[in-house]
Design a protein around this ligand. Structure first.
Ligand code: ZN
Length: 223
C-alpha cells in the first residue's frame, strides 16, 4: 500500500452503535477529515427547497434516503476534500448502506485515487441498538446528544449547559424499526461485500467507549 496516501476509514454500524463518537475521537487524534452522510443531509435540508423538503420527509420516516441524492452530496464533498493539502485521512460515516452504494463508493474512491481503505464495523445487537435509541436524549439548548449508557442515564438536565433534555425526533420507535429492517435487508449485504474483499474489521460495540476506541485505533494503525 502506498504509505503517502491518505487513510480511508469507512465506519459502519447500526444507529446507536456509537460510531459517531468513535469518528470524533479519530478526528481529534489523527487529524482526519470527516465525510458524514447525516451532516451533509442535515445541511442540505436547511435550504428548505424541493429536495430539502423531500429529504426531510424521508429522514423523518426513517427511510433510507435516495442513493441517487446521497451520492450527489458525496461527490461534491469529496471534490472539496481532494483539494486539501496534507490530507491525512478521511472518516466516512453513514454510507454505504447497501451493496449498490458500496459499489458506487468504490467508484468514488477509485476516482480520487484513494486506495488505503479499511472498513470498520462497530457491532451491536439489534436489541442493544433499540434500547440505546429509544432512550437517547438531546439537549434542547446546545444540541448535545446524551447516550443511554452508564452514568448518563441519571442525568436530569444537560451536563454541559444545564438545558432541558428531550427525546430526539428521529428516534420514534416506528422509525427505529424501519432503520433496523433496512439494516438487515440492505446494509448487511454491503458488509458481506467488504468481508469478501478482505477490507472488513469487526469490533464488539457493546464494550465501553474506551475499549471500543482502543480496538478502532489498532485497526486504523494497520491501514
Ligand atoms: Zn446542553
Amino acid at each position: 500500500m502506498a504509505k503517502n496516501k491518505p487513510k480511508i476509514i469507512i465506519l459502519l454500524g447500526r444507529s446507536g452503535s456509537g460510531k459517531g463518537t468513535q469518528a470524533k475521537l479519530l478526528i481529534d487524534d489523527f487529524g482526519f477529515d470527516y465525510l458524514g452522510t447525516g451532516d451533509l443531509l442535515r445541511e442540505r435540508v436547511k435550504e428548505n427547497d424541493f429536495s430539502g423538503k423531500k429529504l426531510k420527509q424521508e429522514m423523518d420516516k426513517g427511510e433510507r434516503v435516495s442513493t441517487y441524492y446521497v451520492f450527489q452530496l458525496w461527490g461534491k464533498a469529496a471534490e472539496k476534500i481532494k483539494e486539501k493539502p496534507n490530507l491525512k485521512g478521511i472518516i466516512i460515516d453513514g454510507s454505504p448502506r447497501s451493496l449498490l452504494e458500496a459499489e458506487l463508493m468504490d467508484g468514488l474512491l477509485d476516482w480520487y485515487e484513494w486506495e488505503n481503505i479499511k472498513v470498520i464495523l462497530i457491532d451491536i445487537s439489534p436489541q442493544e441498538a433499540f434500547d440505546r435509541l429509544t432512550k437517547r436524549r438531546m439537549c434542547k439548548m446546545c444540541g448535545r446528544l446524551i447516550p443511554w449508557v452508564g452514568t448518563f442515564k441519571d442525568l436530569k438536565v444537560c451536563d454541559q449547559c444545564g438545558g432541558e433534555l428531550i427525546e430526539r425526533a428521529d428516534d420514534a420507535p416506528a422509525a427505529i424499526r424501519r432503520r433496523m429492517d433496512y439494516f438487515k435487508k440492505d446494509v448487511e449485504p454491503a458488509i458481506e461485500y467488504y468481508q469478501k474483499r478482505k477490507r472488513l474489521i469487526e469490533i464488539d460495540g457493546e464494550q465501553s467507549i474506551e475499549d471500543v476506541y482502543r480496538n478502532v485505533k489498532k485497526a486504523v494503525s494497520k491501514v
